[in-house]
Design a protein around this ligand. Structure first.
Ligand code: ATP
Length: 252
């Protein structure tokens, strides 16, 4: 029996008197995708940034692979972020270096984990561009020259090239055209499956979690109101708020 890769208990983050999130708890198992949904302001981004160590929670515990993340030295957390974790931002420019080429964006992550052979790094970068459906002859172009969908695919390549175990995704398809979203989702689904990734994905889009997430957590006003298997929660929502979320999508 394997152990959870990520365990969260009673997590709370406040902004003064305002609740960012509170009382959040879940286990993420290896190879599992957990979707976090809720309306704007429900605490999804706050929770994700606390999990990834971008913000410090006021209470609770986060355990990664048996290790207490909140008790770690900053250098150790940064090492994990570089080697075993990945973070896909909603806006690709937050996760890319816009001033360097596509190849360098992917390759420098390999250098950060100790790879030194230029030829191998360039070959791996080209291979990853191919995997995210970016033509190889764009390897020396900067991300500015890419469309929004291409930038997002490049950000995904940059994040996955090192073979992380745990991936945080914040609205990875947000702000893209519907057809671009569909293609990106398809790509993500394939990569998650092929690489056996453990993923925490935040979105307000139920179609995204329907396609990607094994389990779902529904948040409202900083609290988890319902969690369970994705199909179960979406097909037979128990909480009034989840029923409202699901029915509002069906009406569109
Ligand atoms: N830096 C901040 N300072 C003060 N309050 C904040 C800050 N960030 C978030 N909040 C508050 O915390 C609550 C949760 O916000 P959060 O951004 O986590 O929600 P969200 O579900 O991610 O929303 P969205 O989908 O719009 O990003 C909200 O009431 C929000 O106003």
């Amino acid at each position: 029996m394997s152990a959870p890769i990520l365990s969260v208990r009673n997590l709370e983050r406040r902004y003064g008197a305002r609740i960012g999130c509170t009382g959040v708890g879940f286990d993420l198992w290896p190879g599992e995708v957990l979707g976090i949904v809720g309306e704007s302001g429900s605490g999804k981004s706050t929770l994700l940034s606390c999990l990834a160590g971008h913000q410090r929670p006021d209470a609770g515990t986060v355990t990664y692979d048996g290790r207490d993340v909140l008790a770690m030295a900053e250098t150790e957390r940064r090492r994990l972020a570089r080697t075993e974790w990945a973070y896909v931002h909603q806006h690709a420019r937050d996760g890319l270096r816009m001033g360097v080429s596509a190849g360098a964006n992917v390759g420098e992550r390999l250098m950060a984990v100790g790879q030194r052979h230029y030829g191998d790094i360039r070959a791996a970068a080209i291979d990853w561009l191919d995997r995210v459906e970016i033509a190889q002859d764009r390897v020396d172009d900067r991300p500015q020259a890419f469309s929004g969908g291409m930038q997002q695919r490049l950000q995904i390549a940059r994040n996955l090239v090192t073979g992380p175990r745990l991936v945080f995704m914040d609205e990875p398809t947000g702000g893209l055209d519907v057809s671009v979203q569909a293609r990106l989702l398809d790509l993500l689904r394939g990569l998650v499956r092929d690489m056996g990734l453990s993923v925490v994905i935040v979105t307000h889009d139920l179609a995204v979690v329907r396609l990607l997430a094994d389990r779902l957590m529904v948040m409202k006003s900083g609290r988890v109101v319902e969690q369970g298997l994705t199909d179960q929660v979406l097909d037979d929502p128990q909480h009034g708020y989840t029923q409202l979320l699901v029915s509002s999508v069906l009406q569109v």
